[in-house]
Design a protein around this ligand. Structure first.
Ligand code: HEM
Length: 421
């Protein structure tokens, strides 16, 4: 990994959910850049001034109020892995693991080599906007004898119409999401996290995703496309707006103290029935979503970021955005105000034995409470969304994403040392 000289070219970003974030821990000679609310949002509703030339130099600050992977701009590679603790694992062992994970996150996100046992996989690479995000499942708290600490928001998701879930590919006691704009950098971090986990955990599942690279999009802040060819992320809440923090983070007065400033991650592995989708012509595909495929503009008119007009009719008397269109069914105004922050990665794992693509979306939604976020929206989508015909939900997981921590501290200390509440 590069030394301090290379760090001087780096730019440090802190995604705290606030515009003009302050209090950044800035490395030697590094320049602190706050986010700007004026540029269009990317998939995570955030902004970035990245150019292809400095992709490797960009650094996210690990320490802070929130784990930065929640709201950071979408990276080009993302690996989500879930672990189960081995029988008999103690709170002390989990504490030791999360301490190691916090240290690995802080070190690799800064683009530094691990203090011991570094495999040099990412030697010479910059931090590449690496984020390491740690979450815990309700099952961990049960196994550790901490059932009384399970927040209501971590209650199991209900079953949804047409779910086709593989239990072995979902849930889990702990999770880590390693995401970066360089696949090697993300893998280097993931390997270190996995090696640390081996002492008290077995890995339950892993999914490997990708998204557009910043340098390949029309502008660094363009909305990414998914494998159906749609711009995906346009309607996300915008970082720096009052609504953003309320949507994404557990508030001061919400839930147990150890989760304040944290978030809840709903993961769904959603296979796209791409062969079926390909039989639709472009206008039929646009009617399914309610947006122009190329520009992302709502079918009611305007540009990508024009608010959809759900009351508008075409000259022929049809709803401009059809009744079953995905954006109409998913919109907050049709779901009691339910809002989520979507951060998806694509996956393409080849062809299944029937010859159809094993491909789709590693759908991740962050919110302050899934009961008033993902669950409300998915209950509607499962029954009324035309897109449901072209997708299958194949795996599901819900994790409490721990709040951030200060330098010298580690993630989850309040839960693991302070008795939680
Ligand atoms: C493979 C599955 C899915 C695909 C391909 C997909 C695709 C899209 C696209 C293209 C948009 C319009 C652009 C945008 O705002 O991002 C959109 C919007 C949205 N989607 Fe999905 N989506 C999928 C699954 C889901 C699921 C499971 C949920 C939540 C339960 C969801 C919630 C939303 C929301 C809240 C919006 C914004 C609606 C608005 O503009 O108010 N999507 N999605």
């Amino acid at each position: 990994m590069p030394g301090a000289g290379a760090l001087s070219r780096r730019r440090l970003f802190a995604y705290t959910g606030a515009v003009g974030a302050t209090g950044l821990a800035v490395g030697a000679g590094a320049t602190a850049l706050a986010t700007s609310g004026s540029a269009p949002p990317n998939a995570a509703g955030s902004t970035s001034t990245a150019s292809a030339a400095d992709v490797g130099d960009e650094q996210l600050a690990f320490y802070g109020t929130h784990q930065p992977g929640v709201a950071a701009p979408a990276q080009s590679h993302g690996f989500l892995a879930a672990f189960d603790v081995k029988p008999g694992t103690t709170i002390a062992q989990v504490k030791s693991l999360v301490q190691q994970w916090s240290s690995i996150a802080a070190t690799t996100m800064a683009g530094r080599s691990l203090a011991s046992g570094d495999d040099a996989m990412a030697y010479g690479r910059g931090p590449s906007s690496l984020s390491v995000t740690v979450g815990i499942g309700a099952s961990l708290l049960t196994k550790l004898g901490l059932s009384h600490q399970i927040p209501p928001a971590l209650a199991p998701l209900p079953a949804f119409l047409n779910d086709a879930l593989d239990p072995a590919a979902g849930d889990g006691d702990l999770c880590v999401l390693a995401a970066a704009n360089d696949g090697l950098v993300a893998t280097h971090a993931l390997r270190a996290l996995q090696r640390a986990a081996a002492s008290c955990c077995t890995q339950r599942w892993q999914v490997n995703g990708f998204a557009d690279a910043a340098g390949s999009m029309p502008t660094p802040t363009s909305t990414p496309r998914n494998l159906m060819g749609q711009l995906d992320g346009t309607g996300n809440p915008r970082q720096g707006t009052a609504a953003f923090d309320g949507t994404v983070y557990v508030p001061e007065n919400g839930g147990p103290a150890w989760m304040r400033g944290g978030s809840y991650l709903v993961f769904r592995k959603i296979r796209m029935l791409l062969d079926d989708w390909d039989t639709l012509d472009r206008s039929a595909q646009e009617a399914v979503i309610g947006r122009d495929k190329l520009s992302g503009a709502p079918l009611s008119g305007g540009g990508e970021f024009t608010a959809p007009d759900y009351a508008k009719f075409t000259a022929s008397g049809a709803l401009a955005i059809p009744a079953g269109a995905h954006i109409r069914q998913a919109a907050a105004q049709n779901n009691n105000g339910a809002t989520i922050l979507r951060r998806a990665f694509n996956y393409y794992d080849g062809l299944r034995s029937d010859g159809t693509p094993d491909a789709g979306l590693l759908f991740m939604a962050f919110q302050a409470d899934p009961a008033t976020g993902f669950t409300i929206i998915q209950q509607r989508l499962a029954g009324a969304d035309t897109l449901s015909t072209f997708i299958r939900h194949e795996a599901s997981a819900l994790f409490a994403i721990l709040p951030g921590c200060d330098q010298g501290d580690y993630l989850g200390r309040q839960l693991l040392e302070g008795g939680g509440v």
